[in-house]
Design a protein around this ligand. Sequence first.
Ligand code: MSP
Length: 556
Amino acid sequence: MADTFYVTTPIYYVNDKPHLGHVYTTTVADVVARYHRLKGDDTFFLTGVDEHAAKVADKAAEHGLSPQQWADQNADAFRVTFDKLDLRYDDFVRTSSGLHKEKVTEYVGALLKSGDVYEGQYEGWYDAGQEEYVPETKAAANGYKSDVNGKPLVKKSEKNYFFKLSAYRDQLLEHFERHPEFVQPDARRNEIVNRIKEANDIPISRTGSGGWGIPVPGDEEQTIYVWVDALFNYLSYVDQDGRRHYWQSGATHFIAKDILWFHAAIWPALLLALRKCPGYDDWHGLGPLALPKQVYSHSYWVSETGEKMSKSLGNFLDPAAIDNYVEEFGLDALRYFLVTRGPLGTTDSAFSPDLFIEVYNADLANTFGNSASRVSNMIGKYFDGDSPSDEADVSARFKFELPFAKDSGIDIDLTSFEKLILGQFAVYSSFWGHSAPGVCARSALDIVAAVDSYIEKTAPFKLAKDESKLPEVGTILYNAQEALRIASVLLWPFIPHKVEDFWQRIGCGHYAEQLNANDGKGTGGLDAWVIWGQLKPGTPIEKGDPLFPRYQVEKK
Ligand code: MSP
């Protein structure tokens, strides 16, 4: 039965244009969403922009524009960048939209009524770059400077509304205990758990926003704190008929490590508080308002010198630089590199142009691209471009170990592609659950590598010289082509455009039609398409240009 899958990215500040860091998280979410669509899950993928930050209003003023005008321009820049990369989000959040404002007013109104939001006075520190209130101990530990950009913290003393975070400590800790998968990777959990134990109530409103933001219900002088406004996007955009089941299925939030506290502590506490309010205890007849299933906090892309890529440090890849990569190597190469070599785990990744080229050549040009050309060329040459049949039995003649069989724990001979594929498919399917798409891509490429070894060892190009051996050549090429077809299905979330070209060439164009024409609801294609033996003998196999032409590095 199909599952439901809801995946989100942070909503990005529109004080500036997008850069590689934003593209990264959105690409990861897109790859994961595509996997779920391929698998047949009812999938919803949300990204968008966070508009009500004070720094957005400041930037707008610098440019002589209203905050809304500035936000409109930059929101468009994000959308254009994501659309160019064919990132298939299902909706694009704008926190200045009527829908979002109305919902946030409703949520905060309910919390005011229940008493979890109350009026008080804030005395303390504020990190303007991060839009974050900083507790005294943390501020002192960092010399009253931002631990992210090193700028001095601002001293604040103002009337505020507070959220009773402290009342939710025990429930949060219990949730962490019961759901160890809630915060991933594991190594990030302890830091949050320790901080929750000491959590105080937090200010969730500010004054003097000049009308930029969502007013606290019943108090027009106060604006809802941008982080509370922003976190609610994950709920507000699916809080409508036909979408609420996505929320209830448990969201997967992809974010970077700098904003983990908001997502792993404040966000579930707000939801727990809301769940106690009338209407949310049984939300539209769907049971108590759900908590997210997982907050996945990745590390940073850093420059080759190890600094975080960011606008303020001026070392980021901006949309123009991203366009250059796309022009030179293609969309899929960029996606593939970001997702398989990016900082999904707990260590930062350096974006190095040399590594990019190395990965492109090794994983795409020399592996999938090369195998696809090689097999289709031979089918062209020996079988007039029609897929041969696999009737001749070649198993007795060609028996040998797979080069990587020991690593993958599969003990087979090279003719047993079926077994190989089942093994790799099991690895592939389980590692999506561990947010390790790099391992998933590798398991598909291992199938391609096996095809290469198979061709090397069986040498159909030699056998073909003897006409009586053509049936055996046919079986070999059938096996190779069929294994590539299956590998291509597994690679689709990573390199969808090239895979779709490949499908056209091997008579599987209908896969793409099914995947792209079903409104994101999933096809159930994965299990069905991975079954061995679906390539029909006689299918025309086109040769076509190399899918990933090898990139020649100019010698200095
Ligand atoms: N608006 C808040 C998020 C609110 S979510 C309810 C915000 N915006 S941001 O524009 O600063 O974007 C932060 C996100 O961009 C990170 O969480 C991460 O997803 C992505 N990245 C920004 N710089 C990055 C790197 N250098 N490396 C990897 N990801 C990066 O915080």
